[in-house]
Each structure stands twice: as C-alpha cells, then as structure tokens.
Design a protein around this ligand. Structure first.
Ligand code: PLP
Length: 397
C-alpha cells in the first residue's frame, strides 16, 4: 500500500492496480470524470449480487436487505466519512441527494436570496433556480475570477455575502466538473456561517480523490456519489445532513416511509439498485487497499502534473486549472487559444491521436477541453497526450 506521496510515482505498484481494470480496445480514455471503472473484482462481485438478488428476490430484500444490510451499508458510509450514521441516507446518485436537500430546505421566505456560481453542476443549478421560481426568491449568481486563486475564491463569496444580506442558502461544488477546480470549502463555509448562510455541498467529484474531513469542512448539507472516484457500480449515492439540522429539511414529497426524525425520509422514494449496494463492502475494501482518498488523489495529481507541466510551456495552450496544489485534482481543463470553440480540437485529439476527451462550456472562463486521468491511465498515455498537444498547438502558430 502506498504510504506517502512518493508512492504516487511508484509505477510498479500502480501498474498492478491498472491491471485490475478491464479496458476495451479503442481510444485512450482521458475522460474518467463521467464515472469511474469498477475493478474486475468488483464487476464480478456485482454479477454475483445481481444473480443472488434475482434468485432470492423480495424474500431476501424484505427480510435481510431492508432490515439489516441497508443499515450496515449506511454505517460503512458513515465510517468512511467519520460522521454519525444518523446523518447519512442512501440515494441513487449525487443529484438525487442534492436536489432533495435543496427542494426540501424549509428556511426560506419570499424575498430571500439563493447563491450559485458559474461552476455549479446542472442538476444543482436547475434545482436552485426552480426553488427560487416556485417560492418567489432571488437567485444571485457569481462568476469566479480567472485565473482563480485560493484567496480570490474565498473573497468572491465574502463579497457576495456582504452585498446580498438576504442570501440564506448557497450551493458549493467541492470539485467543479467544468475545470476540476477544487474549492477552498472550509474557508468558504466559515465565511458563510458567519453570515448566517447555509451551504449545500456538492461532493460528487471530491469523494475518493480528495482527502477531506467532512465535519471539519463545516457544511450542514452535502450530496455524494460512489460511482466516480470510489469505484462502485453506477447508481450509488448518498446525502449527508448534520443531525442538528435535520429539522431544516422536510421529508421528500411528504414521505412517511420512516418516522419523521429519520433522515431516510429525506431521500427520494423508490427502489434502490440493491445488487449494486451489496457490492459496497468489496468496493470499500479495494478503496482502502489503494490507500484511500489520499493515495488515490496523490496518484491522480501526479499523472495530471505529467501533462500539465508540459502543456503550460506550450505557446497556444492555456491551462485553466490553477497550479496551487490545494486547488487541483485529476480533472484539469485547457484550451487552444487560437480557437473559440474547442469541440473541433476534441475531435482532432480523437481522430488524429486516438485520445478521448470532452469539451466543456458554461464557466465564466470560457469553453475548454476537460482532461481527466484515471487509475488505468499510464505515463505512456500521458506522453501521447503531450505529443498531441505539442503538435496541435504548433498547428495554430
Ligand atoms: C460536480 C458534479 N456534481 C454532481 C454530479 C452528479 O452526479 P450524479 O451523476 O451522481 O448525480 C456530477 C456528475 O458528473 C458532477 O460532476
């Protein structure tokens, strides 16, 4: 198991990890931000749990899963995050968790303000706008300065709190899907608290690659998934509500499935992907074997540095994600400065270099190409990317 940051460059160790994944022939996947691969072991376990639940059906689910296994699973998630089990409810994804918290937050009066930034994920932005429209609230949207610094990010929130004293609830994305920028959550949450603003934290891209202490972050509400950086099958997510704040979130759609003081009433009603949940012990075992979020995050940042350090030297390329190690992770965005629309360059990366990436729009800093390394990414893949960036940037000169 890696014990320190030096192990991030231990190719022998990480090659053995890369071998745990089945990878289809085809383009080199540098778009590991959509969702993560399961290892072969987890995929086999998932197949086993699908067969098992298919055979045992509701007899097992009603008698065992609903009664005990789902509770054990929730306890494991609470342990992973170092929080009380009463603060966790299972959902099908991060969006379900975040949208439920946002639509059921009951501390809003007409005329109050909700704060979002240009870096929020769509499902969160839509929910905030929808709540504002339904309840006669005002949306305040800030655009972060580019290039961002730790201080500029905190300052933009402080300024917003000072200018708009009626902000009651804000969305905060720990790791933005647009550029991979990592927000200084703790400092922003402290400033929010000082102004009486509640934070709902979108942790979808943070869990499993950022080593954080949820309680120390100081946010009352959060949503996560396990299918990005933890390595679970798709369709696993959960919400966190500080138990002291449970009364501020109403049961979702009037749910009476459990008694009201049970956080599980806050998660959207519906049948879960039970076979996927049953793989969680195996998934978390592997997460720990890899060294947990710290070692995983160090490896991903090391791979990211391999290309970013080269790309920063190339005229005609702008790397949008800051160099400050507190603000970056596996996901990093760049752009070819000679074109406004980056989509044709994404297509060239694929057609001419066999590299799969994705264009992203919507952040105030403009259209970009998102490049996301993963656990099956090799230094050779990165060399191929660097060669492509060098040649394509030459093209434009
Ligand atoms: C920043 C961010 N938040 C939320 C989500 C939504 O996650 P889920 O697919 O689990 O709903 C995503 C998905 O890509 C994301 O990138």
């Amino acid at each position: 198991m890696p014990r320190n940051e030096e192990n991030a460059r231990d190719e022998h160790f990480w090659q053995a990890i890369a071998q745990r994944y089945d990878v289809a022939p085809g383009p080199v996947n540098l778009e590991n931000g959509y969702f993560g691969r399961m290892t072969r072991t987890v995929a086999h376990d998932y197949q086993r749990t699908i067969d098992f639940i298919n055979r045992s059906n509701s007899v097992h689910v009603r008698q065992v899963f609903d009664e005990t296994q789902s509770i054990e699973i929730r306890n494991q998630l609470a342990e992973l995050l170092g929080v009380e089990h009463t603060s966790i409810a299972l959902t099908n994804c991060a969006s379900d968790a975040l949208q439920s918290v946002i639509r059921n937050y009951n501390g809003l009066q007409p005329g109050d303000q909700l704060l979002i930034s240009d870096l929020e994920y769509h499902s969160v932005e839509y929910a905030m706008r929808w709540v504002a429209q339904q309840r006669g609230l005002e949306i305040i949207e800030i655009a972060h300065k580019h290039p961002a610094t730790y201080e500029s990010l905190v300052a933009s929130y402080r300024e917003a709190f000072e200018h708009y004293p009626r902000i009651k609830l804000m969305a905060l994305t720990h790791v933005t899907h647009r550029t991979g920028l990592v927000m200084p959550v703790q400092a922003i949450a402290e400033a929010a608290k000082a102004h009486g603003v509640d934070v709902v934290l979108d942790g979808a891209h943070a869990l499993g690659q950022i080593d954080f202490d949820l309680q120390a972050l100081g946010v009352p509400f959060a949503g996560f998934n396990l299918h990005k950086w933890i390595g679970s099958p798709l369709t696993l997510g959960f919400m966190y509500i500080d138990p002291q704040r449970l009364a501020d979130i109403d049961p979702d759609m009037g749910s009476k499935r459990y008694p009201e003081p049970d956080i599980r009433t806050r998660s959207p009603y519906g049948t879960a992907n039970i076979p996927a949940w049953l793989t969680l012990p195996k998934v978390l075992q592997e997460h720990r074997e890899l060294g947990g979020s710290k070692a995983k995050g160090d490896r991903l940042r090391y791979l990211r540095e391999l290309w970013v350090s080269e790309a920063r030297q190339l005229p005609g390329i702008e790397v949008l994600t800051p160099e400050d190690p507190r603000l970056n992770c596996a996901i990093t965005s760049m752009r070819f400065t000679h074109v406004d629309d980056q989509q044709p360059m994404v297509e060239r990366l694929l057609k001419d270099y066999n590299l799969f990436t994705v264009a992203r729009n919507g952040s105030a800093c403009g259209s970009c190409i998102r490049i996301t390394v993963g656990f099956a990414t090799t230094p050779e893949d990165i060399q191929q990317l660097v060669r492509a960036l060098r040649e394509l940037s030459q093209d434009s000169l």
